[in-house]
Each structure stands twice: as structure tokens, then as C-alpha cells.
Ligand binder design. Structure first.
Ligand code: ADP
Ligand code: MG
Length: 389
């Protein structure tokens, strides 16, 4: 049993960490927010903040040992995972497990686990550690192919390649976009999918694995642009997705909410990747569910009960992006956006912006998915991210 208030340490203090922090604060928890820069979104609502390089094992160990949190909750991928593995052996609780954070940080590790070990259907894939190998593997898979650094997120270093001649450029781009020093790429068959979804999967310590209604989403420029819930799947597709999500999350172990990504391609469900933490496309659950994905994550990691997850109406989210670099941001159009019925606006409170950075999200519910999507789009369009002169 968790004695309240527990101490929650967030590794990563972006908009998703902020929402976990808000859920935790509502239950009177003690929140320590860590990130590489000051005044990050989750720090604004936390009891304490720590600024550090979380890819440095000694820095990470020091900060965790200093605060002795009840649970360490990773919000980002780029962490010194070996330090987390070491701390876990000393009895520190890492969510969901240190091994899960290590496996999902590398595209090759999670892909090998899903496809080779667990026999889960994925796109065809191969790896390459130099341009020559890339050439051979891409030829053998057949064009078009997607090339991604094994360590990267938010579409960084990814290219869709249609012709052999474009491979050297894709290799260079992958090396530039890779996190860390790994010179390895994954080459994937390009799937012409009908739909991509996130299945939020909640693994509990003392209870069944729960699922939220599937979330459909669209990606471009390496990031999610809009999401909606529920996504329309056949009963068979939903059962297949749930069964794959259960197999993988059971293997990864621990407890918490996972964002399991699938493609629906020619009617078939194909596993893509997963986050062992709340997923950005799941921001829609702030308006669509009685417990949003952050509250569900918190309950699962603290071993608290999760009664029925209830969805009210079809819902949608649309991201609000910065159109230019801003050293200090301000927003126009807030009054207009807030005048929409059955909607919410989240501004993340990021202190500055780069072109394309996600600064907020518009959320809406309506009778039909189509109308919820249109409303969220309209609301997002009202907001202008500007330099605060
Ligand atoms: N094999 C593929 N076929 C078609 N589209 C893909 C494939 N792999 C990735 N994508 C597209 O690129 C997006 C980002 O890829 P993903 O592997 O999820 O990387 P990230 O870690 O950056 O989210 C996906 O959501 C999907 O839209
Ligand atoms: Mg993804």
C-alpha cells in the first residue's frame, strides 16, 4: 500500500510530464520535476525542480539518490538507462521498469523483442551499420523504404526513400538526426496504411490490463498533428491490437500506462512501436475520458484502483505549433478559442519556441468524430504564437 503523500520524480518536464504532475498534485503528491532547462512546463507545477543532463549517468544517479523518490517516472526517452538499471537493483522503483525504458529507447531492441522474440506482426525490416549495408538491405526489401536512426524520436533523422540514388542522403540525414553515437539505422518496408492508432494500455500491479478506446492520429513533419477517439476498428482488429499490446506490455513488465502504436494496413493490425508512458496522441483523453491517460498512469504506478474508464462523446485534439522562433512567447486569440463550446485549450507554458515546436493543444468533443475534429482544428487556428516584444 502506498502511504500518502508519495514522492514522484519526473524525468522529463515537458507537456506530458506536466499533466502527470498535475494529476499527482491533485492527489496531494510531492512532485520533483527534472529537465535540462529551467522553468520547463512540469517545473511550473512541481514542488521542486532539478536542472541536469539526464543522459549523464552520474548526474542522474546523484539526483535520484538525493531525493529518494517513491517512484521515478520517465517522461522522455533520452536517459542514462544503465544508471536506472543500477538504481533499480538498489531498490529504486523505476516506471514501468528500467529494462522497459532501455528496450524502448532503441528501435532495434523493441523491434527485435516484438517481432523475433514475441512473434508479433510488424512491417518488414532490416538494419544497417554503414552506407553499403544500407544499399544492400534496401535493395532486398524493395523501394519505397523508411530509414530511421535506431536512436531517435519525433521523426528525427527519418526519410522515406523511393530510389537507390537517394540512399546516401538518407544515411547522412539519419546520422545527423540520431541521438548518441550509434551508427545504426533501421530500414522498414513502407506501409500504405489506412489508419494509424495508439492503444493506451494500462498494466496494473493488482488487476487486469485495461485498454482505452483506440485513438486515431495523423503524423507529419515527424510529429503528431491531430488525434481522435474512438478510432473506428472492427471487433477483430481491436481484439488483435489488444492481444499484441498485452503480450508486449506483459513482457516489458512493471506497471503504468503504455502508448502502443499500430498501423491498420489492408485490414490487418501491424505493430509499430510503443512508449512505456503516456503518449502525445493521448492528450485527447483530457477531454474524452473520466480519467485521462495521466491520471491512469499515476493510479497504475501507485497501485491505486482504476474503476471503469468512461468515454463521454467522440473527441479530437489538434496541436498548436510555433510558426517561427521566439525567444519569449506570447499568444493571440485565446479569448476567441475559449468561446467554443465543449472544448478546452492547453497552453504548455514553454518559455521559448522554435519553428514547429508544439506549444499547446486544442481539444474538443462533439456528436461525431468529424465534428469534434473540425472544432479542434478551428480552435487551434485561432491561436497565434508570437514573439513577446
Ligand atoms: N514502416 C512504415 N510505413 C509507413 N509509415 C511509417 C512507417 N514507420 C513510420 N511511419 C510513419 O512515421 C511516423 C513516425 O514513426 P515512428 O516509428 O513512430 O517514430 P517516432 O519514434 O519518431 O514516433 C509514424 O507514426 C508513421 O506515420
Ligand atoms: Mg511513433
Amino acid at each position: 500500500m502506498t502511504l500518502f503523500p508519495p514522492k514522484i520524480m519526473l524525468l522529463g518536464s515537458g507537456e506530458l510530464g506536466k499533466e502527470i504532475g498535475i494529476a499527482a498534485q491533485r492527489l496531494g503528491c510531492n512532485v520533483i520535476a527534472c529537465d535540462r532547462y529551467t522553468n520547463a512546463p512540469a517545473m511550473q507545477i512541481a514542488d521542486k525542480a532539478e536542472v541536469l543532463d539526464m543522459t549523464d549517468p552520474n548526474n542522474l544517479k546523484d539526483v535520484i539518490r538525493k531525493h529518494k523518490p517513491t517512484v521515478v517516472v520517465p517522461e522522455i526517452e533520452a536517459l542514462a538507462v544503465d544508471a536506472l538499471i543500477e538504481l533499480e537493483k538498489e531498490g529504486v522503483k523505476i516506471i514501468p521498469t528500467a529494462r522497459a525504458t532501455a528496450i524502448t529507447m532503441n528501435r532495434d531492441k523493441i523491434r527485435d523483442l516484438a517481432s523475433k522474440e514475441l512473434g508479433i506482426k510488424t512491417a518488414q525490416f532490416a538494419y544497417a551499420s554503414n552506407p553499403n549495408q544500407l544499399y544492400i538491405e534496401a535493395e532486398s526489401l524493395g523501394f519505397p523504404v523508411i530509414i530511421k536512426p535506431v536512436m531517435s524520436s519525433s521523426g528525427k533523422g527519418q526519410t522515406l526513400v523511393h530510389r537507390q540514388e537517394d540512399l546516401p542522403k538518407a544515411w547522412e540525414y539519419a546520422m545527423k538526426g540520431a541521438r548518441g553515437s550509434s551508427e545504426k539505422v533501421i530500414i522498414e518496408e513502407f506501409l500504405k496504411f489506412e489508419l494509424e492508432i495508439t492503444l493506451l494500455t494500462i498494466k496494473q500491479k493488482n488487476g487486469n490490463t485495461l485498454f482505452c478506446k483506440p485513438i486515431g492520429h495523423e503524423q507529419s513533419e515527424g510529429d503528431y498533428q491531430c488525434s481522435w477517439q474512438p478510432a473506428t476498428l472492427t471487433d477483430k482488429q481491436l481484439e488483435d491490437a489488444k492481444s499484441m499490446a498485452k503480450i508486449i506490455t506483459d513482457n516489458l513488465g512493471g506497471e503504468g500506462l503504455f502508448g502502443v502504436e499500430f498501423f491498420i494496413c489492408q485490414g490487418e493490425v501491424i505493430f509499430s512501436e510503443l512508449s512505456p508512458r503516456p503518449h502525445d496522441t493521448g492528450l485527447v483523453t483530457i477531454i474524452s475520458q473520466n480519467f485521462n491517460e495521466f491520471e491512469l498512469h499515476l493510479r497504475a504506478i501507485l497501485g491505486l484502483p482504476i474503476p471503469e474508464i468512461i468515454n463521454t462523446k467522440p473527441a479530437a485534439s489538434r496541436v498548436i505549433l510555433a510558426k517561427s522562433n521566439c525567444s519569449k512567447v506570447c499568444y493571440k486569440g485565446v479569448e476567441k478559442a475559449l468561446s467554443e463550446s465543449n472544448s478546452k485549450l492547453l497552453l504548455f507554458g514553454k518559455p521559448n519556441a522554435k519553428k514547429g515546436r508544439r506549444m499547446g493543444v486544442a481539444l474538443a468533443v462533439d456528436e461525431l468524430i468529424k465534428d469534434a475534429c473540425e472544432k479542434a482544428d478551428k480552435l487551434a487556428n485561432f491561436i497565434e504564437v508570437m514573439e513577446d516584444k
